[in-house]
Design a protein around this ligand. Structure first.
Ligand SMILES: Cc1cc2nc3c(=O)[nH]c(=O)nc-3n(C[C@H](O)[C@H](O)[C@H](O)COP(=O)(O)OP(=O)(O)OC[C@H]3O[C@@H](n4cnc5c(N)ncnc54)[C@H](O)[C@@H]3O)c2cc1C
Length: 451
């Protein structure tokens, strides 16, 4: 009999295990796979490329992530992205154009028309929303016009959620942008006045997002869950897929092929569909709400080329593709520009994302057709002249949860189930933000609440 059981060892469950164990809780984590990390995973292929199966980096946008890294003794292995990562490219009219990073560059930029730039001047005078909830697309069209939706927000949203602005809820998917309008009545006014508030917050120890660093580790993102696994090995049962959840007088019973585990508390830290199946007998309402969450598929392709075989200078974070450009990929991260040690000398590594809510059929095309598709896009957009020396593909059939319009009902239903079922907690990227840093922050908050 444990004090707490955690079901699922992605970064959410793994970080929670770390915090609860540090707080002296008697906790056990059950993970169906053979390692911790969930979608986070790194390996080096035979050609010497560092292959990330999920995230390539994360922002240190919450204090929890830096605290976690330090408390695992990983500070020396953490690396910051190259200063070149500030450059980002967006495709317009078949050409890769740099995203402007200063007001003068914005005025000179060919990414937006003169009409769109003038439209931006009206933003401070646009009134607040008159409907209870807007999609990201509705909000952006209303405040800054359709061209910014097509050439800035649409590619940005596919870069974060692999999602579509027409479906995502502004309030739930981008709460900070929503709050800027609520608080200041304008994004531009909010950005100026919010700067003051952020400086004040910084004095009180918060890390403001504009100063947050883009980080990874020398040997990739997998370093983080691997360190948690090594530190708390005796509190982890790998290869243990929980099939059923039962309740008895003492609390919760998790039934897996590998055995039966009892605890006063249970934290479901698996994906929403798994949580739905486990909760169906106890609370069909929350099970239904969790099943409603859309998780489009995403394929992640890592291609290793000789430097000489790519024309583009690759002098940036990467490129994003707006939907109106009608290409077959969502975007490419210039992985070996971003961090050292991603490709052997004289070679470069590119990480390409395919599918998402925009083109959910593409990730399912199979390895050979996806290899051809990705090379054709690299040839057209980056000037690749010879197929890659190595190609590694990971397909996530259910990649990232979409915080779509109406998401408040899902969150209310989860909170209601936690109230109705004492000792039950739900944790994961379908709640509190999808980034690695968000998942760690959610885990830390839950650990504080429990301990
Ligand atoms: C392709 C991709 C790229 C991304 N890029 C970035 C990025 O660049 N930066 C960033 O910050 N974030 C990125 N993210 C988002 C971020 O990586 C994820 O949101 C986060 O890692 C999810 O962690 P999690 O623990 O909530 O879920 P998961 O990683 O899904 O973990 C859930 C775990 O539960 C386990 N499990 C499932 N069922 C059971 C069961 N019955 N019994 C026991 N265990 C079970 C699974 O095996 C898994 O290990 C990306 C995500 C993807 C998919």
């Amino acid at each position: 009999m444990q004090q707490a059981l955690i079901i699922g060892g992605g970064i959410s469950g793994a970080a929670l295990l770390h915090y609860l164990a540090l707080a002296g809780e008697d906790v056990l984590l059950l993970e169906k796979g053979e390692r911790l990390g969930g979608v986070i995973g790194t390996h080096r292929n035979d050609a010497g490329a560092l292959v990330e199966t999920g995230p390539n980096s994360t922002q240190t946008s919450s204090p929890a992530i830096l605290h976690l890294i330090e408390s695992l003794g990983l500070g020396g292995q953490m690396i910051q992205a190259s200063p070149l990562a500030r450059n980002r490219y967006i495709l317009r009219g078949g050409k890769l154009l740099p995203v402007p990073t200063s007001p003068p560059a914005f005025l000179r930029s060919q990414l937006f028309s003169v009409a769109a730039k003038l439209r931006l001047l009206r933003e401070p005078f646009v009134g607040r929303a008159t409907v209870p909830e807007e999609s990201v697309a509705e909000f952006v069209r209303r405040r800054i016009g359709p061209e910014f939706l097509e050439y800035a927000i649409n590619p940005f949203v596919s870069g974060v959620y692999a999602g579509r602005p027409e479906r995502l809820s502004l309030q739930h998917a981008f709460p900070k942008m929503h709050n800027l309008e609520q608080q200041y009545g304008s994004l531009i006014r909010g950005a100026i006045r919010g700067g003051r508030a952020r400086r004040k917050g910084a004095r009180q120890g918060e890390t403001p997002r504009d100063r947050a660093k883009l980080i990874s580790f020398q040997e990739g993102m997998g370093t983080l869950p691997a360190a948690i696994e090594q530190r708390w090995r005796d509190r982890i049962r790998l290869g243990t897929a929980v099939q059923r959840l039962e309740r008895d007088d003492d609390g919760w019973v998790a039934v897996a092929d590998a055995g039966t585990f009892r605890a006063a508390r249970v934290v479901l830290a698996a994906d929403a569909a798994t949580a739905a199946n486990l909760l169906q007998p106890h609370h069909s309402g929350v099970a239904g709400a969790l099943r409603e969450i859309e998780y489009p598929p995403v394929a992640v392709a890592v291609s290793l080329y000789r430097r000489a075989d790519i024309q583009h200078p690759l002098d940036g974070f990467g490129m994003l593709i707006p939907e109106v450009e009608h290409r077959k990929i969502l975007g490419v991260i210039f992985s070996s520009t971003l961090f050292p040690n991603r490709a052997p000398e004289g070679m470069i590594a590119l990480t390409t994302f395919i599918g998402g809510a925009r083109q959910p059929e593409l990730p399912l095309l199979g390895q050979d057709r996806l290899a051809e598709l990705v090379y054709a896009e690299h040839a057209a957009l980056l000037g690749a002249s010879t197929p890659p020396r190595s190609f590694n593909l990971t397909v996530w059939n259910r990649a990232i949860p979409q915080y779509n319009v109406g998401y408040g009902r899902v969150l209310d239903s989860i909170a209601g189930a936690e109230l109705a079922l004492p000792g039950l907690h739900l944790l994961g990227n379908y709640r509190g933000g999808v980034s690695v840093a968000d998942c760690i922050q959610s885990a830390r908050s839950l650990a504080t609440a429990i301990a």
